[in-house]
Design a protein around this ligand. Structure first.
Ligand SMILES: O=P(O)(O)O[C@H]1[C@H](O)[C@@H](O)[C@H](O)[C@H](O)[C@@H]1OP(=O)(O)O
Length: 834
């Protein structure tokens, strides 16, 4: 690392001669050096000339400093004529991590005359756990801002802090990936709606209407994707662009906020927080509230409107989508394995034949299993009644096993269709026969393979353990007509399997698409706008999560405990919300709560990077996404087997919100804080559940050591009491939740509307509290360090890059309503055009 400019000549402070802050020293320019001076107590002479402002000088060679045992030099401070010794100066090496090609400059901070910390600024990023991680992290993190501080510890030593803030290219990459998937999913659904076959006029009109709107939606997503694709290389959406329509899917002001601490007696430590604007649909606005309320209201209304469409619960609709997606994945796979089997047969290779059969059997069993649900059966019946002339005496019920005896079920649907004659030739058992035929034809293939291998002199029967399940008539027909050409023997059976499968797929797809039609049919534009809103909020939340996950992974790769936790338990992801339950921010919080909860649908998979493209890849659909994170070969190799084998890694998102500004005061006095209370209560339960799984699944050795180090139970109890206490602006909740998250190796987030002002107050407070509690920051320096970080640190740069002005957007009146430690120092806040 190098300093462009070194310490300014020292100016003697006429009022305080005992301690000087900085001094002109001809220090070389390789490493930053900390400088401490003192004046000899007996020195009574008037100050030497040089404008009375220079106390003296000293010089040294950088090499000497580097070679010195303590990396510290004690030098005599001499008057400018080289005569008298007027004091001493200590120069010590401040090694803040390696920086290549870095530029640095220094700023002296002087908080109301108290010299508390040396702050340096530099532009180069820092390696976290070895330089080798850098290229991979650099592919994700952009435009780092670094600040270096020195603060005294309680035993009068120095701790060195490196604060770093970086944007992420994932801010744009993830939304683009996700929108592409939405387009794919919706195009496929629209196609399936078109292929639903002939419907009676009522349903046909409904379908046409749905298709018109859905096509418009797809066009809209395509338009947004096109606009976003123009933003090549972008990695930051500023708070002032919150409401821009084309950037709606992009998270606001997303950054990694990192604190790297080197303290004298302790191991170096790294503290990361992802800061981001609360995931919310700013362009759509909050006049009618946010997702939590909108979804609830929509579902209640839909449930109570019982004509024109059939009510399927959100769980059933989700199940229909899942089965459809399984079918779409499994059918081509089975076809491929069936062809592989034929290929092995034509090569007359018993081993290869057995292997292909094994794979074919596994996938076909999954396929058959996918249709076991009662939903398919009831949907088939519903679709039958929607065909021209098809009506039942008894209306279909969309019940499934979980819903079967719910007394609140809505009355039977389809009341308005009694103009269609009541006759039915619907054969309820036909589906069972079609479905069972897939299993039968598989059994037939298994029997034939066994037979062929046996006749060939191999160990027949080994290819299947299910002989007892085979259909005897089919087996007989195989045995009584043996032929020696394997391919010819198997070909007709494979053809039958494919035909049977085609029949099942056709029926099931149509019936389940009919279920999806019901979801869209009610209150069409509103329903699609809700989906859009949810997609937008989810996209912002996911971009942050993927960023947090990758950073956590890189920072903890060397920790076997973490890796074990990752694949056996999964990671807790804790969001600290600072939104107020008043006015528009109620809607934001309602959006955020759903967006964060939706992250449960995400799992991660770590793969080996095969090229320079290390950006994550997303697959899946709205109900479930898999994010593939790539690691370079050497890092990938060091992972536990389970992770290398592609095990899906889970996340457990939790949100705790405490409004802190003047709006929250209004909410507490004249409004309603119940939203915040219920969110905190619900999420406390989720956090407790995670802790229980953690305790159950981690090995006993790990747990006993963990318990010795951390009183998680006590912290959870404390958090619970604070949530129950319903105290105003109870910021203790945030501190406890964050502490629990850190102790559980989780991923930390802090959010407010823009992640600029309140977030900056909170992360700097968190950083200084960690320094005080974990690194013995001298108690007299707590406030000074806090003010220093807020005045000179990365977060004021965050404000600058968002609104082109170095002022937190608070006024005096607002700040009076803030909890004490959330107020920035004088001169750093004021009217800012946000
Ligand atoms: O980063 P935020 O705290 O969401 O910024 C707020 C700020 O807290 C508030 O005092 C000010 O009046 C503005 O509303 C800020 O939000 P912007 O989104 O306008 O930056």
């Amino acid at each position: 690392m190098c300093w462009r400019r070194l310490h300014q000549p020292c100016r003697a402070d006429p009022s305080r001669h005992s301690q000087l802050h900085s001094l002109s020293s001809q220090v070389g320019s390789l490493k930053p050096a900390g400088v401490r001076t003192s004046v000899l107590p007996e020195h009574k002479d008037p100050l030497p000339e040089v404008g009375r402002s220079f106390l003296g000088y000293a010089s040294f060679k950088v090499g000497e400093l580097l070679k010195s045992k303590e990396q510290l030099l004690a030098l005599s401070l001499r008057t400018s004529d080289g005569g008298k010794v007027v004091g001493t100066i200590e120069v010590s090496l401040v090694k803040m991590g390696e920086i290549e090609d870095g530029e640095a400059d220094h700023i002296t901070t002087d908080v109301q005359g108290q010299k508390c910390a040396l702050v340096c600024e530099c532009t180069a990023p820092e390696s976290v756990s070895g330089k080798d991680n850098l290229p991979f992290l650099n592919a994700v993190l952009k435009n780092p801002v670094c600040k270096l501080y020195r603060f005294p510890t309680s035993d009068n030593k120095w701790m060195r802090i490196r604060e770093q803030m970086s944007e992420s290219i994932l801010s744009f990459h993830i939304p683009k990936e996700l929108i592409s998937l939405h387009i794919k999913e919706d195009l496929c659904r629209n196609q399936e709606l078109k292929e639903l076959g002939e419907l009676s006029p009522h349903w046909d009109n409904l379908r046409k209407n749905v298709l018109t709107h859905c096509d418009q939606m797809v066009n809209m997503y395509q338009g947004i994707l096109k606009e976003l694709s123009k933003e090549t290389g972008s990695s930051f959406k500023s708070s002032s662009s919150k409401g821009e329509r084309t950037l709606e899917f992009v998270p606001v002001n997303l950054h990694l906020q990192r604190m790297h601490v080197h303290s004298p007696h302790l191991k170096d430590a790294l503290y990361d927080v992802i800061t981001v604007g609360a995931p919310a649909a700013h362009f759509q606005g909050f006049k009618n509230g946010g997702l939590r309320k909108l979804l609830h209201r929509f579902e209640t209304e839909r449930r109570n409107t019982e004509y024109q469409f059939i009510y399927y619960s959100p769980e059933n609709t989700a199940k229909a989508k899942e089965v459809l997606s399984n079918i779409n994945q499994l059918q081509p796979l089975i076809a491929t394995y069936a062809d592989l089997l034929l290929n092995s047969a034509s090569q007359h290779s018993p081993d290869s034949l057995k292997n292909s059969l094994k794979m074919l059997s596994e996938k076909t069993e999954l396929f058959v299993h996918a249709f076991k649900d009662q939903l398919v059966r009831s949907a088939l019946l519903a679709l039958y009644t929607a065909r021209p002339g098809g009506i039942l005496k008894k209306p279909p019920s969309p019940k499934n096993s979980t819903e079967e005896s719910s007394p609140q079920d809505p009355p039977p649907p389809m009341k308005r269709q009694d103009s269609i004659p009541h006759h039915s030739d619907y054969d309820e058992e036909e589906w069972d026969r079609v479905w069972a035929n897939v299993g039968k034809s598989l059994n037939c293939i298994i029997a034939m393979v066994d037979k062929l291998i046996e006749r060939d002199g191999g160990s027949g029967g080994s290819s299947s353990s299910k002989n007892e399940e085979k259909d005897p008539s089919l087996v007989d027909s195989v045995i009584t007509h043996p032929r020696e050409d394997w391919y010819e023997q198997l070909y007709p059976l494979i053809l039958t399997l494919k035909d049977c499968m085609g029949e099942v797929v056709n029926r099931a797809k149509q019936s389940l698409t009919f279920v999806l039609l019901q979801e869209l049919a009610y209150s069409l534009p509103q329903c699609l706008m809700l989906t859009l809103r949810r997609d937008i909020v989810f996209s912002q939340a996911l971009a942050g999560l993927v960023c947090g996950f990758i950073i956590k992974l890189h920072a903890s790769l060397h920790d076997p405990g973490f890796l074990q936790q990752l694949h056996t338990v999964g990671l807790v992801v804790q969001y600290e919300g600072l939104l107020s339950t008043y006015s528009d921010e109620i809607g934001m919080l309602e959006d955020m709560a759903v967006g964060i909860s939706d992250l449960k649908k995400v799992t991660f998979k770590i793969t080996e990077a095969k090229s320079n493209d290390v950006l994550p890849v997303i697959t899946g659909r709205r109900e479930h996404y898999v994010v593939e994170v790539k690691l370079p070969a050497r890092m990938f190799e060091s992972l536990p087997l389970q992770i290398k084998e592609g095990q899906l890694l889970h996340v457990y998102p939790v949100l705790f919100n405490v409004g802190i500004n003047e709006q929250q005061t209004l909410a507490e006095r004249f409004g309603d804080v119940s939203l915040q209370e219920s969110i905190n209560q619900e999420n406390f339960e989720l956090l407790k559940e995670y802790y229980t799984i953690f305790m159950e699944k981690m090995p006993p050795d790990y747990i006993s050591h963990f318990q010795e180090q951390n009183d998680l139970k006590g912290l959870l109890e404390n958090l619970h009491q604070n949530i129950q206490a319903k105290k105003r602006k109870n910021v203790e909740i945030m501190w406890l939740a964050a502490t629990i998250c850190r102790k559980l190796n989780g991923i930390r987030f802090t959010c407010c509307k823009s992640a600029k002002d309140r977030t900056s107050m909170s992360v700097t407070l968190e950083q200084c509290s960690i320094l005080r509690d974990e690194h013995q920051l001298h108690k007299d320096f707590f406030i000074r360090a806090l003010d220093c970080m807020r005045r000179e640190g990365c977060r004021i740069e965050n404000v600058l890059k968002n609104i082109k002005c170095r002022k937190y957007a608070f006024n005096m009146l607002q700040l009076m309503a803030f909890p004490k430690y959330y107020r920035p120092p004088e001169g750093t806040y004021g009217k800012a055009d946000t």
